[in-house]
Design a protein around this ligand. Structure first.
Ligand code: NAP
Length: 212
């Protein structure tokens, strides 16, 4: 099943791409997307599960189709959220620059684009393929967990790459204390994950014996 991307119909659109592995998606991601949507006045947030994450060993990551279905189950009820198969269907490694280019081509000058992802993931942005082009084409919303020092991100990126920081907005989200890693560990240890992820995602994990 695939979902339609929002239509511009000649109007200006502010879209957020929520990029991540989503292995699995959890309440922290959903609260983050909702918060970003409201604070940055976005028309829609498009969840974009990574296909082959550029910097990860393929064997460590659950099959893309499972991650896509879990994400779809989590976002389907929110009218401002949608999901895209763009990266999981890509036959090549999914680089953010390719995704951003495709959105710019699809919407042209009607688009103001934001890429939402974890502050940790953005720490090494200067190693991403064509990062300067990505920063020219979109702004980043870097989300962090409580206790994570946004100052750290400013220092690491700001000192060496002050220009980069102009395109990065920081968003602290308490619910990001939940992590995919912790959910995988809890499932493996037979501990409950109730309320950490939406119920249909929890049921999907058990039904398909993921993270055992
Ligand atoms: P990751 O290493 O799995 O995650 C890093 C941290 O960020 C984790 O703490 C993770 O928490 C959190 N996180 C990930 N996505 C998030 C989101 N959308 N909202 C809030 N927190 C999030 O990072 P990743 O998922 O592989 O990569 C993140 C995005 O950056 C992906 O879209 C990826 O394609 C892109 N990326 C692109 C390049 C490139 O183009 N060269 C390189 C690296 C990353 P959880 O584990 O709880 O999610």
């Amino acid at each position: 099943m695939s979902f339609l991307l929002p239509k511009a119909n000649g109007k200006q659109l502010r879209l957020g791409i929520m990029g991540g592995t989503f292995d699995p998606i959890h309440m922290g991601h959903l609260v983050t997307a909702e918060e970003a949507c409201q604070q940055f006045n976005l028309n829609n947030v498009i969840f974009m599960p990574s296909g082959e994450p550029p910097h990860k060993d393929k064997r460590q990551v659950t099959a893309a189709e499972h991650r896509y279905i879990m994400t779809m189950l989590a976002v389907v009820a929110n009218p401002c959220f949608t999901i895209s198969r763009m990266e999981i269907e890509s036959e090549r490694t999914s680089y953010t620059v390719d995704t951003v280019r495709r959105f710019c081509d699809l919407y042209g000058s009607n688009l103001e684009l934001f890429f939402i992802t974890g502050a940790d993931a953005i720490l090494d942005i200067t190693t991403w393929k064509n990062y300067e082009e990505i920063l020219e084409r979109c702004s980043f919303i870097a989300t962090s967990r409580p206790g994570y020092s946004l100052q750290k991100l400013r220092e690491v990126l700001g000192s060496a790459f002050a220009a980069v920081m102009q395109h990065i907005h920081l968003l602290e989200v308490p619910a990001m204390a939940i992590s995919s890693t912790e959910i995988r560990r809890r499932v493996a240890a037979g501990k409950t994950i109730r309320y950490l992820t939406p119920r249909p995602v929890e049921q999907y994990i058990y039904k398909n014996q993921l993270y055992r």
